[in-house]
Design a protein around this ligand. Structure first.
Ligand code: GLU
Length: 425
């Protein structure tokens, strides 16, 4: 679980959804997307906001804002995580839902896109309070969620623990026993082997695919990973297992650099005993959080918050390759700066699609009632990611554009078919 108490930096685009639209427009122009299809995709299909009155441990009732936005269902039931964070709001959830539609389309999954969230700081609630809030959210959303309708999963600030509570409450309220209504569950209650590490694994597979295209080998390059939650820690571990030297790591509590390389397993072990924080880690020199993204490395993996790569720090980034583990870590203003510096940026909707890919495998296993080995999950994941990477790489060279816009084009090509074939009233 990556619980972040830090407020995400604001992009110049006041709205995150506008940042999505800016990229959609850029891709639409290059690929000649029909205006009607663009119009449909610019308007999320369903937005639900609920108030959740929940009894705190103190005996006082507090009311939480809960959200779920379904962006599209043209390619299948909607899919996407639930985040617990203080900056959750309708605009952010709408942007994240649209990204899920594009991400599922890029990875060629039979899903539309959705996202949900509750505005709260998970670090300032007891386990009991978190359970009651999660259950209240599940009840409030019982008509939105469904195994063939809308399938949630973990996101920032949530993990298998919250998914198990939500599953249990949903099933109690609907009278069904439908494990596939939610993914990212603990393995004991129908989760998939390999799901926990999947987003980090996808980051690793994408990084290796890009390095190959760049004529570089993993054992000759260094990486900096920002964020040490579920995505960042697994990405750092898996990259280091492939021979990449991890020279920088950091989370909201502290950042570290060691040009000789950081022992990632030791850092994971340290964080697990230190309330999931890196603060106080002694295997590297502590640096300022703001220095981490611009420190010397070949690969930069932003795997924490949105809008961290912006027009202020983009000119100083030294990496040759950026692989976006987080959703929306780069602002639209930073894109042209990275492009002019010839930095290859593997965008979020491709780079972090490993998580939802294994969520899809979990859903398939739940439907079949037959479970795969971790090796089967990983092999099928790697294959899907390689195919997605190649499709986007092809579009980048075909349309002579960045990997980000090429990923949007790849997604929009699929979504355009879905929208046109299903038609309208
Ligand atoms: N929250 C993750 C994402 O942003 C996973 C979504 C899912 O597995 O449905 O991709």
């Amino acid at each position: 679980m990556s619980t972040q108490t830090v407020k995400a930096p604001q992009a110049h685009h006041e709205s995150m959804f506008e940042a999505v639209l800016a990229r959609l427009d850029a891709a639409a122009k290059i690929m000649n997307l029909s205006d009607e299809v663009a119009l449909v995709l610019k308007n999320p299909s369903k937005q639900v906001k609920v108030s959740l009155p929940v009894m705190m441990d103190s005996g006082k009732i507090q009311v939480f804002e809960g959200y779920r936005t379904v962006h599209s269902t043209h390619l299948g039931p909607s899919k996407g995580g639930i985040r617990y964070a203080m900056d959750v709001n309708s605009d952010e959830v709408m942007a994240l839902a649209a990204w899920m539609s594009f991400k599922c389309a890029v990875a060629n999954l039979p899903y539309g896109g959705a996202k949900g969230g509750i505005k709260l700081d998970p670090r300032s609630h007891s386990v009991g309070e978190l359970e009651r809030i999660s259950r209240a959210y599940a009840v409030a959303m019982k008509d939105v969620f469904g195994v063939n309708k809308d399938i949630p999963a973990p996101d920032m600030g949530t993990s298998g623990r919250e998914m198990a509570w939500i599953l249990d409450e949903f099933n109690k309220n609907t009278g069904e026993d439908s494990p596939g209504v939610i993914t990212g569950k603990p393995v004991a209650v129908g989760g998939s082997l390999g799901r926990d590490a999947a987003t980090g694994r996808g980051v690793m597979v994408n990084a290796l695919a890009a390095l190959k295209k760049m004529g570089l080998v993993p054992t000759a390059v260094t990486a900096v990973v920002q964020g040490f939650g579920n995505v960042g820690s697994h990405a750092a571990r898996l990259l280091s297992e492939k021979g990449v030297k991890i020279v920088g790591i950091g989370d909201h509590s502290a950042s570290f650099y060691n040009e000789k390389g950081i022992d990632v397993a030791a850092a994971i072990e340290y964080a697990s005993k230190n309330d999931r924080n890196l603060r106080g880690f002694t295997g590297a020199t502590e640096i300022k959080n703001s220095e981490l993204l611009i420190s010397k490395c070949d690969i930069l993996v932003p795997a924490a918050l949105q809008n961290v790569i912006n027009e202020e720090n983009a000119p100083h980034i030294q990496a040759k390759l950026i692989v976006e583990g987080a959703n929306g870590p780069t602002t639209p203003e930073a894109d042209p700066i990275l492009n002019s510096k010839k930095i290859i940026c593997i965008p979020d909707i491709l780079a972090n699609a490993g998580g939802v890919t294994v969520s899809y495998f979990e859903w398939v296993q739940n439907k079949a009632g037959y479970y795969w080995t971790e090796q089967e999950v990983n092999e099928r994941h790697d294959l899907k990611m390689d195919i997605a990477f190649e499709a986007v790489w092809h579009n980048a060279s075909f349309y002579k554009t960045s990997m980000r816009i090429a990923a949007y084009i790849t997604a929009l090509q699929k979504l355009e078919q879905g929208v046109k074939l299903k038609g309208a009233y």
